[in-house]
Design a protein around this ligand. Structure first.
Ligand SMILES: NC(=O)c1ccc[n+]([C@@H]2O[C@H](COP(=O)([O-])OP(=O)(O)OC[C@H]3O[C@@H](n4cnc5c(N)ncnc54)[C@H](OP(=O)(O)O)[C@@H]3O)[C@@H](O)[C@H]2O)c1
Length: 327
């Protein structure tokens, strides 16, 4: 059976105005799927990459990988969810920018009572990312110093708080004084204003010349090469995003003289590829948030229909922390 809902679609790659809010058909959930009625949808930078065509997608397409809400219908074979359950998801399928979506049951996470729908929509993608970056890509150790770019952003604020909670010394880069203050009250010991200070010089100064154990670099083009210069011997460069554009091509041989460096380009999809990994990461995330050690700062909310404006604001670096669409 079909029902009609409203959702965003885009038919061409481009600026925020390629997104159109339109009536679309929603089929009954297929085998293994659940229909989720959305109450809150997460805004993430990856939505921009899909909208602009940086990440490939077949057109026309829906947009958005993350939402929270409740289950309204179950496909055949789904036994671990019930109609009315509160759930959230962070790895799609694309189409979260809408009133409802059919999602494979094995991509859904039950949301605990102490966490409301907006928090869930704000934290799933960014928080699961912070989790795998700190616990798996490089397992931070007390005594480590790390460098986090875009420290006042959605992933950034969660990363800084979580790292601080784990006993790590955190250096972060930010684009304004206001963002420096925000990062500073969320676990970032040394905010660096990259517009007026040399990041490499400041990192060397803060670490007594040694460099950091790991750089978590989501900015890409503008920061990648300097990030390599911030690492200690045998340090790890984690290039996990492209907010300023894709990082430059890397000459593998150059990693030797820079200190036998390691480089990785991780993705949340691969770190939550199994249901077990997804649920384990979500459990650690919910625990650290419910303990109060990590606060999910929803600093912007928009009606879902205003997604084009939210995209413009995110790309103009006007947002801090997490952004949620209200459905
Ligand atoms: N690989 C993964 O698994 C994964 C998962 C989640 C997120 N990510 C990546 O993590 C990054 C952060 O995502 P988010 O949703 O939390 O976004 P965000 O960090 O809240 O927003 C982007 C921030 O990046 C900084 N920035 C630097 N250069 C920029 C530019 N040219 N244009 C726009 N912003 C620029 C800005 O902060 P300043 O003003 O302080 O410079 C801006 O506020 C993104 O690159 C995203 O793709 C990757």
């Amino acid at each position: 059976m079909m029902s009609n809902i409203y959702a965003f679609r885009f038919r061409e790659f481009g600026g925020p105005d390629v997104l159109t809010w339109q009536e679309v058909a929603l089929a009954s959930p297929s085998e293994g799927q659940v229909t989720v009625q959305h109450t809150a949808v997460g805004l993430n930078f990856i939505d921009v990459y899909y909208r602009t065509g940086l990440y490939p997608v077949t057109l026309p397409s829906g947009l958005g990988l993350e939402a929270a809400g409740h289950v309204t219908a179950l496909g055949a074979g789904v036994t671990d969810f019930h109609v009315g359950d509160r759930v959230a998801y962070a790895t799609g399928p694309l189409g979260a920018y809408g009133q409802a979506l059919n999602v494979p049951a094995d991509r859904l996470v039950p949301v605990p009572d102490g966490i409301d729908d907006r928090q869930a929509a704000a934290m799933m993608l960014q928080g699961l990312t912070a989790h795998y970056l700190l616990r798996q890509t490089y397992r931070v150790q007390p005594g480590d110093t790390i460098l986090v770019h875009a420290a006042a952003g959605g992933v950034g604020l969660i990363l800084c708080q979580w790292a601080k909670h784990l006993g790590i010394s955190v250096i972060g880069t930010v684009g304004s004084e206001q963002k420096a203050d925000l990062a500073g009250t969320h676990g970032c010991d040394y905010p660096i204003l990259y517009k007026t200070e040399s990041v490499v010089d400041r990192v060397r100064e803060i670490t007594g010349g040694e460099g950091v154990a790991v750089v978590y670099d989501s900015v890409g083009a503008d920061t990648f090469m300097d990030s390599l210069e911030c690492l200690r011997l045998r340090g790890l460069m984690v290039s996990f995003g492209n907010s300023s554009g894709p990082p430059p091509a890397l000459e593998v041989g150059s990693l030797g003289p820079k200190g036998s460096l390691y480089v990785t380009r991780p993705s949340l999809f691969h770190y939550t590829a199994t249901k077990k990994a997804l649920l384990a990461g979500a459990q650690e995330l919910f625990d650290v948030v419910q303990s109060g050690a990590v606060k999910i700062e929803i600093n912007q909310t928009y009606p879902l229909q205003d997604a084009p404006q939210a995209h413009a604001d995110l790309q103009a670096r006007k947002t801090t922390g997490s952004t949620v669409f209200i459905v």
